[in-house]
Ligand binder design. Sequence first.
Ligand code: ADP
Ligand code: SF4
Length: 703
Amino acid sequence: MTRNPNHDILFEPLQIGPVTTKNRFYQVPHCTGMGWQRPRTLAQMRKVKAMGGWGVINTEYCSIHPASDDSLHISASLWDDSDISAHQLMTEGVHEYGALAGAELWFGGVRSANLSTRLTAMDVASLPNSVGHPFQTRAMDKNDIRDLRRWHRKAALRARDAGFDIVYVYATHGYLLANFLDPRVNTRSDEYGGSLENRTRLVRELIEETKDAVGDRCAVAVRFAADEYEEEDGKPVHGERREMLALLAEYPDLWDINIADYSLEMGVSRFTKEAALEPYMDFVKSVTTKPVVTVGRFTSPDTMASQIKRGVTDLIGAARPSIADPYLPNKIDEGRSDDIRECIGCNICYSGDSLAVPIRCTQNPTMGEEWRKGWNPEVIPSKGSDATVLVVGAGPAGLEAARSLGNRGYHVMLAEATDTLGGRVTREANLPGMSEYIRVRDYREQQLLVMPNVEIFRESRLTAQDVFDVGADHVALATGATWRSDRFDGAAYGAIVEDGSGVQVLTPDDIMDGKLPDGPTLLYDCDGYYMGGVIAEKLHLAGIDVTMAMPSDNVSPWTAMTSEQWRVRTHLMRLGIKLIMSHNLEHFDGAQAMLECVYTETPKVIPVQSVVMVSQRRTNDDLYAGLLAKADGQAENLPFSLKRIGDCEAPAIIAAAVFAGHRYAREMDNPTDPDLPMPHDKVDVSLVKPARQQKALEPQLVK
Ligand code: ADP
Ligand code: SF4
């Protein structure tokens, strides 16, 4: 296939200072949960993106000095020369495929409490740590500013020596430099505070000094926010940002533009759609002649080309689209846009950073496994035999297993009980704001439909006998899970209605099946992820008076991991949904719901006609039990291999089901020996020397 000429503009080279990118696909800096701790894992992940055609590939935030330590989150680091070789793994891998590598030099200031290094954090003023640690910063004096400039310069030199082509001055996201720019927190009376010129002084100095240090070899980029805040109606307020950008316009080689509200910049698809930053960009290209990059969770090549043609941006910045599909540029280049694995905007990738574990992705199960498992999203070994495989259930796990086994060349039979594929994603995508989740199904269904070696049987609810009758060599059960109407109270599962009382309790499955509760309703959410809030919204939109109760101290606590909690709570509050935090649901009698404070056990009675439980799920393992029953309870007695995958093995997030399906497809004929050590990207202690040593002090007697 050939490239659509409308997309040619995306493949035009562009000069950025002393370097040239081969195309307009620019992976902006993004966190990985790997950073300095997992250099091989990180390097291979970035290298795969270079294989996939990205023109520029950046690091995550890269600390320039131990005084900027974001523990427990894992940044990259360029603290001393021993960091250089770790970064070389990445730059060499990226260069091998003709891409440029960029390093985002970072100093956290008020956002880093330095919990690991225990150095006093410093910022433009004495400020409370902005992520909630009970630490304040030291207001930087002139010496501190001199230190910072020296550290930045040294880190830039190390970045150059590590082989980077672009070096950043990072002036957004509430970190140190953003605070120097911000008149609300920069209350200094010296030459770094007050006037616009003074507040931009440090950023300008760092740009100049970075250029002076590495500018002959590396481009210098600045990350900068185009607005100060956003109005209630979502309109950006540029404030003095235009003037500020104009003042600095020609100093760097590249402007990487984002916005003040991170929850919108990194917005989940429930609240934020593609190209959401465009209204913020209206002035940027008119005040600088330098190349500009911005993001927008772009997955449509038409939108990307249009952004460049209309002069919104010069480069297509992407973090999530490059995670969901590291081969996105090559697919567009080859005229295969339909093969793009589009990001669904779930932000599971962000949870890697939140939880300090390697990044994972709902759409791309190979993300984070490039080094440890040697996986590549577009390359999979051919089949190891002529065996046939039956996959039962076409939710995310079954679809991914069938797709990947199909890619391997196996003869696959995919049986699905209903007439639609997709399982839970098809159902959940109909809930308010969740439509993009359907991409999990659509990508896989589209791929499967053109595979001659994959047969799909819809409306085929298989029994154990049916599975035997199919006569496949391998059977994967991906039959999913069903929401429970009881709840786990910390020790045991227990019902909240009296046995035999006839009082009905609904579950998310009932709501997704189209049932609605009668009258005022209590929604009890002890799942803690997105489902509670989404179902509450669905009921509210149906005109039902909803109260949402939960044992947690905040709404949908796990959505904090995906950087959406603030939006979720704001949204529910604005809808007028009543919220009761820190309460367990003990009992419902059809007219009253009895709650109890989790701290004091004080009861609280809510008069409601209905209760919807968003609690745990029960695995759909009847088929598994039926098959084992035919084999004296021993899977090895069966005439086929048998494995449960996804929610029917253990209910979890969609990303886990997709991963399970993919893993099954890769390992079905080559299972991992559980006794073999798992590759562990750890530091070899025999090679480690302390990077910073105090001069040895002679022991002295205290007189
Ligand atoms: P997962 O997230 O693990 O992929 P889902 O719940 O999304 O699980 O999907 C499970 C799918 O399996 C559903 O589409 C369901 O209709 C299907 N299914 C369940 N039991 C059977 C069965 N016995 N035969 C065929 N399909 C089944
Ligand atoms: Fe997109 Fe979700 Fe993958 Fe992140 S985890 S890249 S948001 S699909």
